[in-house]
Design a protein around this ligand. Structure first.
Ligand SMILES: Cc1cc2nc3c(=O)[nH]c(=O)nc-3n(C[C@H](O)[C@H](O)[C@H](O)COP(=O)(O)OP(=O)(O)OC[C@H]3O[C@@H](n4cnc5c(N)ncnc54)[C@H](O)[C@@H]3O)c2cc1C
Length: 520
């Protein structure tokens, strides 16, 4: 008798999603998590003081909103296991030091009116961008939650029509190129250019143009999902589903090795030497740089390509603060899920991104801020508040200093920058916790070198080639029964619930009708 039919390495949301489908299909599932808490990048923790509930990593669940898992409530996460979202009217807002603001509303007409204050021409161009994004959305959405099409076939399909060729062009140009074509006002260009920045790249990076359409399409149709109770509410709902179907989720269990018998993965070895067997399959949240060290049977060419996957040079740095009261923006009474604090000019923003490319700090911090008790009061004690702020920095500091010794200095840089936009910062801060890129990778090896997408999102590491052509279908060549989940797999970093695609592949291999896996 095996210890479980399915062992899942890691309790990140993607591993839990895959494990939950298998548990609902009747398999005995055992999830092993190295941390003392669950959820990986989808976690809510009291990082500062009791009662202040911080989303340590992801705070808005954007792309999972279009996943059939939630749309059709396939796992009962909404109806049975308590998952609830609020979707505020303004997902994102750009704020400038001069007090101007530019919100992106769920309603394109409201966004166009806001843009019209800067340029009537840009308001009309925005409505066309929004129309196009809505038209492309169903096709993009259909490709995100199932195994990716082969890269060649997908290009050949698009090349057959004028619309497909337009999509190909939009995929190839930079966000900067696209904004120059669409808009005339600098602030409008910056507003959309910053979206690329949140994807860890400069707006000048080629092959980022499509991002504006994807982001806008999702934002307008689904809104930014703010999970009631915190990001970790998704993790908690998935664990309830797994346990309700007989599965177990265990903390403090670091897997160091995957055991193979011939060409089949049969079990795992924990750091303390415990051996556990899996009768039917193993789900691994294993970064491609780590995979070769955990699976001795990996063919040499697969290991080589996995090890050489590229990580983005922009690493994430976050500050989580407990506050004595809500933030008071100098721009007035504003409400959004995500606030982008803008430098005075587009040139400064672009050059700050270039600085990171050369391994330095941006000449201006490009700080993003979330203040979620505005939308979900359960995050802080009554009358109090929290913020979540982030910026992108080099993993290796140019001065050679260690992040452990210097992270609070950089947190102070972020806080000082916030003070340019927010009148009660720093006075309102009671306490704060900060994570450097090194802390980020300590919390989950998915975020190696602080890359919150696991590996860079480039054309050669996308779709069926993410992370590599050999590993792009969630299976591992010559290691039957081992399946991959993680931000380094298609469709990439973010809370997508992409473990659904891994579960589809596993169901196919195990002779299970995936469409029949439903919690009634
Ligand atoms: C600071 C930050 C902010 C972010 N903000 C957002 C956001 O607002 N919206 C959004 O959509 N996305 C955001 N993301 C990205 C998002 O959090 C991730 O893409 C997503 O959580 C990845 O989920 P996952 O399940 O694939 O991997 P992970 O969440 O990394 O889970 C992997 C889990 O496996 C465990 N594990 C790994 N190896 C082993 C082992 N050998 N043994 C046992 N356990 C193991 C890890 O400890 C971890 O718990 C953010 C990421 C970061 C870092």
């Amino acid at each position: 008798m095996a210890d479980a039919d399915i062992i899942a390495i890691g309790s990140g949301h993607n591993g839990l999603v895959a494990a939950a489908y298998l548990a609902v299909a009747g398999k005995t599932v055992l999830v092993l998590e190295r941390n003392e808490w669950f959820g990986g990048g989808v976690v809510t923790r009291e990082l500062t003081r009791p009662g202040f509930r911080h989303d340590q990593h992801s705070m808005s669940h954007i792309f999972i909103q279009g996943n059939p898992m939630l749309l059709n409530d396939e796992l009962g996460l909404h109806s049975k296991y308590g998952l609830q979202y609020v979707r505020p009217d303004v997902p994102m807002m750009s704020i400038w030091e001069d007090g101007t603001t530019l919100p992106l509303h769920r309603d394109p007409n409201k966004s166009a009116e806001a843009i019209r204050k800067f340029s009537a021409k840009d308001a009309e161009a925005f409505l066309e961008l929004s129309r196009q994004a809505a038209e492309w959305l169903p096709m993009i959405q259909a490709s995100l939650y199932t195994p990716p099409m082969p890269v060649g076939a997908s290009a050949a399909m698009m090349d057959q029509s004028a619309e497909g060729r337009e999509i190909m062009r939009t995929m190839a140009v930079s966000t900067f190129d696209l904004m120059e074509e669409l808009f005339e006002h600098e602030k409008v260009k910056m507003h959309f250019g910053r979206v690329a920045g949140e994807n860890l790249v400069s707006p000048d990076e080629k092959a980022t143009g499509i991002g504006a359409y994807v982001f806008l399409g999702f934002l307008e149709k689904f809104g930014f999902g703010v999970p009631v109770g915190g990001s970790g509410s998704l993790t908690a709902a998935l664990i309830r589903c797994i346990e309700d179907h007989g599965g177990k989720v265990v903390a403090g269990a670091q897997v160091r090795e995957i055991v193979t018998d011939g060409s089949r993965a049969t079990g795992v070895v924990l750091d303390d030497g415990t051996r556990l067997s899996a009768g039917e399959g193993i789900i691994g949240a294993i970064h491609p740089h780590i995979l070769p060290d955990m699976v001795a049977a990996l063919p040499a060419h697969v290991a080589k390509n996995a090890k050489r996957t590229h990580i983005t040079p922009a690493a994430c740095f976050t500050v989580h603060a407990a506050l004595d009261g809500p933030l008071k923006f100098k721009a007035g009474d504003v409400s959004a899920v995500m606030y982008e604090l803008m430098p005075a000019s587009y040139g400064t923003m672009r050059r700050a991104c270039d600085d990171r490319r050369y391994g330095g700090f941006g000449r201006r911090p490009l700080v993003g801020v979330g203040q979620l008790p505005q939308h979900d009061p359960s995050r802080a004690p009554e009358g109090k508040a929290i913020f979540h702020a982030w910026d992108y920095v080099p993993y290796e500091r140019p001065d050679g200093a260690s992040w452990d010794d210097t992270k609070r200095d950089y947190a102070e840089v972020i806080v000082r920058r916030m003070g340019d936009f927010i009148e009660n910062v720093p006075d309102v801060i009671l306490d704060y916790h900060c994570d450097s890129p090194v802390d980020m990778e300590r919390t989950s090896p998915s975020f190696l070198r602080g890359d919150l997408h696991g590996i860079a999102t480039t054309p050669y590491q996308s779709g069926a080639h993410r992370p590599t052509p050999e590993l792009g279908q969630y299976r591992v060549p010559e290691v039957e029964g081992l399946y991959l989940v993680g931000p380094f797999q298609h469709p990439g970093g973010g809370v997508f619930g992409a473990g659904r695609a891994t579960a589809q592949v596993m169901a196919e291999d195990l002779g299970i009708d995936f469409d029949g896996i439903r919690v009634s």
